[in-house]
Design a protein around this ligand. Structure first.
Ligand code: SF4
Ligand code: SF4
Length: 360
């Protein structure tokens, strides 16, 4: 089903014709909080490394909210634990995969038709769900798809799945197009957020501060993936207190880390960590649940532990962040604390090029 990307001939001309004025967002790209300012239409690449909008995969998906899910290729983060690394690290990763560009109207009609199939009805699909990678980097394209979708149906909804690293302007655009938002909150402390993702945390916190008080009804769930030895109880409590201060009724779901990508040898999240996280959330006044498959075997490689000790000073003395930094360092990332926009190796990043052997 999936193949290597095939950009249609004269794709940029097609984009200009189909999108009209929207292409200007790609001329001086500031769609996400990196604000790279590159001209993606001329083939320049920012941190996400993606030029044209590219779909990596699409399918009916039963996970709540059940949907026709469209996985957009590419991501503005370089997370060590990425589960969809062959999609998110497209186009740099040797295993990167993508279907290609699709006309927005065609995709909108296809989504409605798929939701209305027997299989769609059976799983309770009621929306198109944009995921990735990170869909924010393709926002103008998604807006075009949603416009056609709304013209085609007033029955079905739209979900936007995001890491929250959008500019203020893009986040307002996301709120406008989405009926529901699933928000992946990776960490509260800046050293840990940088160590896991390569990006600072401030824009994410700012967007949660914007969304939760004003648009709580649109938040399907804030999702927090717990990586053992990285997310300690202090970090979990800080994340929960931050969310509870914004609104105690925000839905929170902790997800159990499974060994993946650069963290393929790291231990999976134990059940006791997941249960303790739910307890902490409740102590903070939140209503939280957890899901996923806990307890997958793994251990920290000795060379990672040695690197982590040397990196402690770069991550404010935080052991969990330094450990994640250690994984990045042994994979070849020399820039600590990680900051992908400022990195000399941004275009030849060893994290983006990593090929995992183990998939869980
Ligand atoms: S990382 Fe963000 S700002 Fe930079 S080119 Fe990609 S979408 Fe644009
Ligand atoms: S090598 Fe540079 S671009 Fe790659 S993850 Fe490290 S800091 Fe980011």
């Amino acid at each position: 089903m999936f193949g290597r990307l095939v950009i249609p001939g004269g794709c940029r001309k097609v984009l200009v014709r189909v999108w009209g004025g929207r292409v200007k967002d790609l001329r001086n790209c500031k769609l996400c909080a990196w604000e790279c300012g590159v001209d993606r239409l001329e083939g320049e690449r920012g941190v996400c490394r993606v030029t044209e909008p590219v779909i990596a995969a699409k399918q009916l998906h039963p996970a709540p909210p059940a949907s026709y899910t469209v996985f957009m290729a590419g991501c503005n983060y370089r997370c060590l634990n990425c589960q969809n690394w062959d999609i998110a690290h497209y186009p740099d990763n040797p295993e990167g995969r993508a279907l290609g560009y699709q006309d927005p109207k065609e995709l909108a009609v296809e989504a409605v038709n798929m939701i209305e199939t027997n299989q769609g009805r059976m799983i309770g699909a009621d929306r198109i769900f944009f995921s990735g990678g990170e869909p924010t980097i393709h926002l103008p394209y998604i807006e075009q798809v949603v416009e056609h979708y709304r013209d085609t149906t007033d029955l079905w909804k739209v979900n936007f799945d995001t890491n929250g690293f959008a500019t203020r302007k893009s986040m307002r655009r996301i709120v406008k197009l989405a009926d529901s938002i699933t928000f992946d909150f990776k960490a509260y402390s800046d050293p840990l957020h940088r160590a896991i993702t390569g990006a600072r945390v401030e824009p994410v916190l700012r967007n949660l501060e914007f969304l939760i008080p004003k648009y709580l009804d649109k938040i399907w769930e804030v999702r927090i993936l717990l990586i053992p030895k990285a997310h300690d109880t202090e970090e979990i409590r800080a994340m929960c207190e931050f969310l509870a201060d914004l609104d105690e009724s925000v839905p929170v779901c902790f997800l159990a880390f499974r060994p993946n990508f650069v963290l393929e040898r790291h231990p999976g999240a134990p059940k006791r960590l997941m249960e303790r996280a739910v307890e902490i959330a409740r102590e903070c006044g939140l209503h939280a649940t957890w899901s996923g498959m806990p307890g997958i075997n793994g251990s920290v490689p000795p060379e990672v532990g040695e690197c982590a000790d040397k990196l402690l000073k770069h991550y404010d003395g935080r052991k969990g962040a330094a450990l994640m930094g250690g994984y990045a360092r042994v994979t070849g990332c020399r820039n600590h604390p990680r900051d992908c926009l400022a990195c000399d190796d941004m275009a030849r990043c060893p994290i983006k090029r990593y090929v995992a052997i183990r998939r869980t």
